[in-house]
Ligand binder design. Structure first.
Ligand code: FES
Ligand code: FES
Length: 163
């Protein structure tokens, strides 16, 4: 007979660690991350898939966690900004965003950084159009997109070989 607590909850990998969510399967992944796992780097903006503030990577793919039910991600690997912060790639992005003044209030920044990770994984040397496309699902009210585009370009140059 298996122990109850070995079967309870929805199992997935969160920032490299196996976890189980005890939330109802229909609960938004955004809420599970923030309220159950206290990973508040994932921001809650529109809850409609329009702003990108809640972006995370699932199996390396950029998704808006407000539109994902936790019940649909069993056994999948979720990376939030807290997990990504531990990587060498994050250090490159962090410095580039700071140096290019691409962070003002910071609300959009976790989502922007993860969108950039997804972009550079696919296009290590992105064109201006690819950068615009890569960030198109993420809104920023503060910086003006030129600074963000320049930050991505700078990260791609400085991080040559990392992506
Ligand atoms: S909160 Fe998910 S896209 Fe805006
Ligand atoms: S830095 Fe404020 S929303 Fe982007």
């Amino acid at each position: 007979m298996q122990m109850m607590n070995e079967q309870t909850g929805i199992p997935f990998i969160l920032n490299g660690r196996p976890v189980r969510s005890l939330s109802a399967p229909g609960t938004r992944l955004l809420e599970v991350l923030r309220d159950e796992f206290h990973l508040t780097g994932t921001k809650c903006g529109c809850k409609e898939g329009e702003c990108g503030a809640c972006s995370v990577l699932i199996n390396g793919r950029l998704v808006t966690s407000c539109l994902i039910a936790v019940g649909s991600i069993a056994q999948q690997a979720v990376l939030t900004i807290e997990g990504y912060r531990e990587t060498e790639r994050f250090a490159v992005l962090d410095a580039a965003f700071a140096d290019m003044a691409a962070v003002q209030c910071g609300f959009c920044t976790p989502g922007m950084v993860l969108a950039t990770e997804a972009l550079l994984s696919e296009h290590p040397h992105p064109s201006a159009e690819e950068i615009r496309q890569g960030l198109s699902g993420n809104l920023c009210r503060c910086t003006g997109y030129q600074a963000l585009i320049q930050a991505v370009r700078t990260a791609a140059q400085r991080g040559a070989g990392l992506w």
